[in-house]
Design a protein. Structure first.
Length: 144
């Protein structure tokens, strides 16, 4: 979303004053560097949520590193699902991680994993800068 905002600001800078490009281009580069996800950030193809603490753990983990709950690696889950129904093993294994419940603890309200919410301070900062640039472009366009 941020890149689209900056592209709009670049177009406005070209239309209303090329000098504004000296401001929008460096800000866009800073945003693209800051906005990168870390290499070890949870990915849907490599992580699942622990049924107890709801934190992200690797697909092949045997134990949750956050709470110590024993887990079944996804390769074993897929193999068990394929053995149970060889016609549609992939379709069954897709739902198993979300249906798992630990008998030790009752299921509580879902928690938000760290890093799953966007960095609101950064977004507010760039929205404010974009708003200021937009107002400057509009004022310059209508100034005599």
């Amino acid at each position: 979303m941020g890149h689209v905002l900056f592209l709009i600001l670049h177009v406005l800078a070209i239309l209303f004053g090329m000098i504004l490009l000296f401001l929008t281009i460096p800000l866009h580069l800073i945003y693209s560097i800051i906005g990168r996800r870390p290499a070890n950030a949870p990915r849907p193809d490599a992580h699942v949520r622990c049924p107890d603490c709801k934190e992200f753990v690797l697909n092949e983990a045997n134990v949750c590193k956050h709470c110590g709950t024993k887990l079944m690696p996804q390769s074993k889950v897929r193999a068990a699902a394929k053995a149970a129904d060889p016609r549609d093993g992939e379709g069954l294994s897709r739902f198993l991680p979300w249906e798992m419940r630990s008998p030790a603890k009752p299921a509580g309200p879902p928690s938000v994993a760290p890093g799953s919410w966007p960095n609101l301070k950064r977004d507010v900062l760039f929205a404010a800068i974009g708003g200021v640039l937009l107002v400057m472009a509009i004022v310059r366009a209508f100034a005599p």
